[in-house]
Design a protein around this ligand. Structure first.
Ligand SMILES: Cc1cc2nc3c(=O)[nH]c(=O)nc-3n(C[C@H](O)[C@H](O)[C@H](O)COP(=O)(O)OP(=O)(O)OC[C@H]3O[C@@H](n4cnc5c(N)ncnc54)[C@H](O)[C@@H]3O)c2cc1C
Length: 407
């Protein structure tokens, strides 16, 4: 066993895996976690099932300012490595769809409990309810100030995550410690998060969920399009399509750009198909109010805003013509919703930004600024798409730090 001890700050995904790998390699490891239990984000992840990773690892699913760093971290650390690790702690994985992997138990708690058991089995000292409040570095030693007093170590690993979801332990403490030791930090923004709108109509549609397509425009320029659930809420809009484009919205909003969504509420039809469908429905003798006529086609809460944005002047069915139907179809496939904010870190699954990765060795995760200082997980300027990619990065950066670290 090495006589150099390692302290890991953060008992989340990255901290737990690096602790296990390091202790397996024979190092004395202490894991400090501010919460009363380990892995709180793992426990709530994937709606309690934990989307632990993804079979289709591709660099495009990861984001950060330094793509070369991401490429090198991923190199040789695909899903097979993650699967092998979890097998080694007794966890079987199953695929859902699109390569999304889950524990076979479909219980996130089994992931945390098996990680904790293995960490203890290989001798990791785990200290919960131990918040780190400061770090001092002398020539060959780190002094870690905690709510349990001072601790010293020769090697220190920051795996304290990002500011996303502070109610589960999200914090920027690690970024502050790293800044104090001479690192730079790419500013963090909420990602995989709901979006807010001041448009008053959206409140009236709260609770409506449809499968649609959302296109994001910033300062009138098309940025990105995502398909999936659109869920209207009293604050704005959520749903998987929105979470998937929220990273781009967050960046544009932080840059004070005017953000607007264009929503296709009927993606299953082309413009022509929808026009024909509606034209066929017109009864030229019917006095039916147009709102009621549309009840048969789309959620009734959306109809007033579709009619308002279409600027359709007609009020009864029999007066409808191709021109007016064209306007309605356009609104149904291009409904505008202005976006003024995100729902913030409190509601974000992850944060963009973090430790500047040009200052970190992608093979060992060691700092290039402070010898014997390491990083793993979301604390770094790397975030992933929804679908298990964030955990993938946390596990493999933890494994790299844990297995490549010098004694
Ligand atoms: C609701 C939700 C659902 C998610 N679902 C998924 C999913 O299904 N799939 C997926 O891939 N990703 C998912 N994520 C993202 C994923 O949870 C994170 O990317 C991942 O947990 C990051 O791991 P980490 O170890 O870097 O950070 P964390 O898991 O956040 O761990 C950091 C730990 O450090 C501790 N800490 C912080 N500061 C201090 C301090 N000063 N002293 C001591 N301890 C400290 C924190 O309490 C925390 O336990 C989800 C996130 C959320 C919030």
């Amino acid at each position: 066993m090495s006589n150099k001890n390692l302290i890991i700050i953060g008992g989340g995904a990255a901290g737990l895996v690096s602790a296990i790998c390091r202790a397996r390699a024979g190092q004395k490891v202490t894991l400090l976690e501010q919460n009363n239990k380990l892995g709180k984000k793992i426990l709530v992840s994937g709606n309690g099932k934990c989307n632990i990773g993804n079979k289709y690892i591709n660099q495009k699913r990861f984001h950060g300012e330094n793509s070369a760093f991401i490429r090198e971290v991923l190199d040789g650390y695909g899903f097979d490595v993650v699967e092998k690790f979890f097998r080694s702690i007794g966890l079987e994985l199953v695929e859902d769809k699109d390569g999304k992997m889950f524990p076979m138990s479909l219980q996130a708690s089994s992931v945390v409990e098996l990680l904790e058991y293995e960490a203890k089995r290989v001798g990791v000292e785990i200290v919960c309810e131990c918040g780190v409040t400061g770090i001092e570095k002398s020539s060959d030693m780190f002094t870690v100030e905690t709510t349990h007093g001072k601790k010293t170590c020769q090697k220190l690993l920051l795996a304290s995550g990002s500011p996303a979801t502070p109610q589960l332990g999200g914090s920027n403490a690690g970024h502050i410690f790293a800044l104090q030791m001479g690192h730079s930090v790419v500013p963090c923004l909420p990602s995989l998060v709901q979006l807010c709108s001041h448009d008053s109509w959206v409140k009236k549609c709260a609770g409506v969920k449809i499968a649609g397509v959302a296109k994001l425009y910033a300062n009138s320029e098309f940025i990105i399009e995502k398909s999936g659930d659109l869920l209207f809420a009293d604050y704005g809009i959520s749903g998987l399509a929105i979470l998937d484009l929220s990273r781009e919205a967050s960046i544009r909003l932080a840059n004070y750009e005017y953000c607007e969504l264009s929503l296709d509420l009927m993606p299953q039809f082309t413009k022509e198909q929808l026009t024909n469908l509606l034209l066929q429905r017109v009864d030229s003798a019917s006095q039916k109010p147009i709102e009621l006529w549309l009840y048969g086609v789309i959620n009734k809460k959306l109809i007033p805003i579709i009619l308002e944005q279409s600027k359709c002047k007609i009020r009864v069915e029999k007066e409808l013509n191709r021109k007016e139907i064209g306007k309605i179809v356009y609104a149904m496939k291009n409904l505008k919703l202005s976006i003024n904010d995100t729902k913030g870190f409190k509601n974000a699954e992850v944060a963009t930004g973090g430790i500047n990765t040009t200052e970190v060795n992608p093979h060992t995760m060691e700092s290039l600024v402070v010898p014997n200082l390491y990083f793993a997980g979301e604390i770094l300027d790397v975030d992933g798409d929804r679908g298990g990619f964030n955990f993938h990065f946390a596990w493999i950066s933890g494994m790299r730090a844990g297995s490549q670290m010098s004694m």
